[in-house]
Every structure is written in structure tokens, then in C-alpha cells.
Design a protein around this ligand. Structure first.
Ligand code: HEC
Length: 170
């Protein structure tokens, strides 16, 4: 086949358009992840106050007056789906709250409804979270806490936006 220069030029344009169509969703996805991580940080810090129990760094060093021994989230082996489940459903029989308002009622958890979980129902949080917000917290945990080792000063400053709370870190 003998392709003329014009045909080749047209073909290359088709290829560029096809490439852009497949590549753009990835660019969008990366942006969505950043937005989700930023939202997750706000929720972890403020709306859900996960840090009160788990510590700002998620290392389990929360407020000494917080109920129960909160898990060290830096050491958790949970994947994204498992993180979402435990945030939505809490942990029956422990102080880990259920952040989905409909957990155990409209949305059974671990195969349990209200009757099944009974007295083991995890506590109500001060603020419930929407599914998107729960996903955002999971994204924040995976991006900045899970598997990150001991917290350091740079992470502390990034979390608080200043070094005021960070003198004990190096
Ligand atoms: C009232 C204190 C408290 C609050 C608030 C709290 N947690 Fe927990 N969380 C716990 C405790 C206690 C455990 C350990 C439960 C157990 O013994 O299995 C836990 C366990 C977990 C686990 C399971 C880790 C593992 O590897 O087993 C995850 C994930 C988690 N919490 C995330 C969060 C997130 C995210 C938030 C905020 C949206 C949050 N927690 C708010 C007390 C709390």
C-alpha cells in the first residue's frame, strides 16, 4: 500500500485524538485523587476527628483521655475496601465508631443487622459521614499514613500547616 503524505497526516491526527481520549480519563482520575485526599484530610482532622483517638499521625497516639486503644493505622494491613468497611461499620464490641449513619440498619455490616450486632453495636460518632467522605478518608489514609513508618517533622508540619505542634519530631 502506498500511503500519501496527506493520508499519513490524517491518520496521525486520528491517532492523537484516540490517544487523548484514552489518556484524559487518567489525568482526571489523578486530579480526583488529589481532591479526595485533601477532603479526606479535612474530615480526619475536623469533621470526624479521627485524630482524637488515632493521633494526628494515625500511630494510635491520640488524646490520652480518648476511649479505648485506637489502632496504629500506620501498621494496618487493610486495603482500601477494608478501610472503607471499618470506617463505615466501626468495629463491633470496641470504641471504633460506625461513621455510616445507616450501618447495621439499611446497610448491614459484616452480615449483621441491628438485631445481630445487638449490644456490640459500635458507638455513634459525633458526625456521620457520606459514602464519598468515607472514601476520601480511606484515600487520605492510604496516601499519607498506611505503611509510612514513624511520623517525622515534615509530615507533622504538613498536617498542621505550621511547626507549632511538632517540636518532638525530627
Ligand atoms: C472514639 C475513638 C475512635 C475514633 C473517633 C476513631 N477510631 Fe478508629 N479505632 C478505634 C479503636 C479503639 C480501634 C481498634 C478496634 C479494635 O480493637 O479492633 C480502631 C480501629 C480502626 C481501624 C482498623 C485498623 C486495623 O488495622 O484493625 C481503622 C482503619 C480506623 N480505626 C480508622 C478510623 C478513622 C479513619 C476514623 C475517623 C473517620 C476513626 N478510626 C475514628 C477508635 C476510634
Amino acid at each position: 500500500m502506498n500511503l500519501s503524505a496527506t493520508t499519513l497526516w490524517k491518520l496521525s491526527k486520528v491517532l492523537v485524538v484516540a490517544w487523548a481520549a484514552t489518556a484524559l480519563p487518567f489525568v482526571d482520575r489523578a486530579r480526583a485523587d488529589e481532591a479526595s485526599i485533601a477532603l479526606g484530610k479535612l474530615i480526619y482532622q475536623d469533621k470526624a476527628n479521627c485524630g482524637a483517638c488515632h493521633g494526628w499521625a494515625g500511630d494510635g497516639q491520640g488524646d490520652p483521655h480518648a476511649s479505648g486503644h485506637a489502632a496504629n493505622l500506620r501498621l494496618t494491613t487493610m486495603d482500601r475496601a477494608q478501610l472503607i468497611e471499618v470506617i463505615a461499620c466501626g468495629r463491633p464490641g470496641t470504641p471504633m465508631p460506625h461513621f455510616d449513619a445507616y450501618a447495621y440498619s439499611d446497610n448491614p455490616c459484616y452480615g449483621l443487622d441491628e438485631a445481630g450486632v445487638d449490644k456490640g453495636k459500635p458507638p455513634e460518632p459525633p458526625n456521620s459521614l457520606q459514602p464519598k467522605e468515607i472514601e476520601a478518608v480511606a484515600d487520605f489514609l492510604q496516601a499519607t499514613i498506611v505503611g509510612k513508618g514513624s511520623p517525622n517533622k515534615a509530615e507533622c508540619v504538613a498536617y498542621f500547616g505550621s511547626s507549632n505542634h511538632c517540636s518532638q519530631y525530627r
